[in-house]
Unconditional design. Structure first.
Length: 537
């Protein structure tokens, strides 16, 4: 048992350095402060959101709906994250050869993998669940049984979403391994499943409107479908020892059963994922020469495509943008009617007149929340020293990463723009401004991303998931994007209600972001080379 515990401790410590960064002249104190600040920002945001939801429920006897909504939201988030995390955390791991050579059972190897996955999700989910559970306790008189049920629920709620995501991750990896180009097949299958999950969860948004009147139906809908939510709410509001033991037993049994079932196919799937398809090449080979910049961009594109978790993370936001533009264009009247109250003076025509502003805000949100470059330096890993040795100026290497990310984003955004242009008949001035915004906003987002990644590189990650989803640079880039998106949204709303012409509003927004980009580019030109050269692996 001691050997097993030591092995678990070693494997966990090897991958649990979520916020560890290596930068020159950075004190130990600053390394600790930044994660704490990020934690407090998330906690405060979720606290505010929970307080806003429970406000209309206080005094109605339906305060428990807050817990139902947060359990449902967190479970969906865990499932969506887990679908593409599982492929990197479970299959084709770097320490496979070491673990499989040790005198331990295969089920134990799988347990270590899933347990590591579970701890990741438990840490993140607690940031979302704990604020809501504390807000509920402050607004409702609760006893010690509530805290017991809550602590146990925090520990158990990630289990079922993780099991489902592991099964789906195994299915994706097994299905994609049958194709010659495994990475592209895996990306397509993963995106299809993620979009299906997103579409299913998107319909829940309608229930949040008029929350106090629909609280009971929301609770019933969720608890009928999802047992953990039902069991936890029952325990939190009316504790029963029998139901508590059943809740505990079901999750432990499911976790153990999943280990047994997955271990039957896990190693065969893992072997298929690692296999390399062979083929024959006919004809003469031709050697092509490219400019340094073109070669660097091709290298970055190949690195991007060959990392399914990297592609999925970037493509998910872009896919939502494209799907959103199509849905707004096809079902505009139905979507607009959901924002119109009976006594409201807002009409469908007035909403349609603000479509250019809405599209500008949508582009801003998509661009700033899809930072690709925030992982590009870190993904170089041990090969970064080779990159530094190339006879190419560091600024050109950095610029190639920004341009690659922009080339990935802009075509998708432009497709959504064209759909909206055709449906809502934009004038020529609006078309020009929106097209320029579709170039400038990705440039701003990716320049921010590369600056943050140069400041907080993570060169010792065990897999791509650790870099893309769990590194300091990716988290900071997302938070900067959230702040800029929020400020932009507030500015657009204030200007719209100030009777400023809509064309002037989007022009003003574009000019602000052009100024931001110029300042970022100047800073990048001055500081990037020094930061680039200071990174050691």
């Amino acid at each position: 048992m001691n050997k097993v515990l030591s092995l678990i401790k070693t494997c966990m410590s090897d991958n649990m350095n979520l916020f560890r960064v290596k930068t020159k002249n950075q004190s130990e104190k600053s390394k600790k402060i930044l994660p704490i600040v990020l934690f407090l920002i998330i906690f405060f945001y979720m606290w505010s959101f929970a307080s806003m939801i429970i406000e209309p429920l206080v005094g109605t006897g339906k305060e428990f709906v807050l817990l139902t909504l947060f359990v449902c939201f967190t479970s969906i988030m865990t499932l969506v994250e887990g679908i593409y995390k599982s492929s990197s955390l479970l299959f084709n791991c770097k320490d496979d050869n070491l673990l499989l050579s040790l005198p331990i059972s295969k089920s134990m190897v799988l347990f270590i993998r899933i347990f590591k996955f579970y701890v990741f999700e438990l840490m993140y989910n607690s940031l979302f669940l704990v604020p809501a559970m504390v807000v509920y306790a402050l607004n409702v008189s609760v006893g010690w049984t509530y805290y017991l049920a809550t602590i146990v629920a925090i520990l158990l709620l990630p289990i079922i979403p993780i099991i489902i995501s592991c099964l789906l991750g195994g299915f994706i990896s097994m299905s994609s391994s049958s194709f010659k180009n495994k990475n592209i097949a895996q990306i397509i299958i993963t995106m299809a499943i993620l979009l299906l999950v997103f579409y299913g969860s998107f319909n829940l948004q309608g229930y949040i409107d008029n929350l106090a009147n629909t609280a009971t139906s929301i609770h019933e809908k969720i608890t009928q479908i999802y047992y953990p939510a039902k069991a936890y709410i029952n325990l939190a509001t009316n504790f029963n020892i029998g139901e508590f033991l059943l809740f505990l037993g079901i999750h432990i049994a499911l976790f153990a059963l999943s280990i047994v079932v997955l271990s039957k196919k896990y190693f065969s799937v893992n072997s298929r994922v690692k296999s390399v398809p062979t083929g024959s090449h006919k004809g003469d080979y031709k050697i092509k020469t490219n400019t340094p910049m073109k070669s660097l961009i091709k290298k970055e594109l190949n690195r991007f495509i060959n990392s399914p978790v990297f592609v999925t993370n970037a493509a998910f936001g872009l896919a939502i943008f494209l799907v959103g533009c199509v849905l707004i264009s096809v079902r505009f009247e139905g979507i607009a009617n959901s924002f119109i109250m009976e006594d409201d003076t807002i009409s469908i025509q007035s909403i349609e007149s603000f479509i250019p502003i809405i599209l500008f805000g949508f582009i801003c949100f998509t661009s700033l929340m899809s930072s690709i470059t925030s992982s590009m330096i870190s993904l170089e890993g041990k090969s970064f020293s080779i990159l530094k040795s190339l006879p190419i100026k560091p600024f050109k290497i950095i610029l190639s990463k920004v341009l690659t990310a922009v080339l990935i984003m802009i075509p998708i955004i432009l497709i959504g723009d064209i759909v909206m242009f055709i449906r809502f008949k934009f004038n020529i001035f609006e078309i020009i401004i929106i097209l320029l915004s579709s170039i400038v906003l990705p440039l701003v987002a990716e320049t921010i991303g590369i600056l943050v990644n140069l400041k907080y590189p993570k060169m010792d990650a065990e897999n791509d998931t650790e870099v893309v989803k769990q590194s300091m640079s990716s988290m900071i880039s997302v938070f900067i994007g959230m702040v800029l998106t929020g400020l932009t949204g507030i500015g657009l709303v204030v200007c719209a209600f100030s009777n400023i012409h809509k064309d002037l509003i989007i022009l003003g927004g574009l000019l602000v972001y052009i100024l931001i980009y110029v300042l970022l580019l100047i800073h990048l030109n001055r500081k990037s080379v020094k930061k680039f050269n200071s990174i050691n692996v």
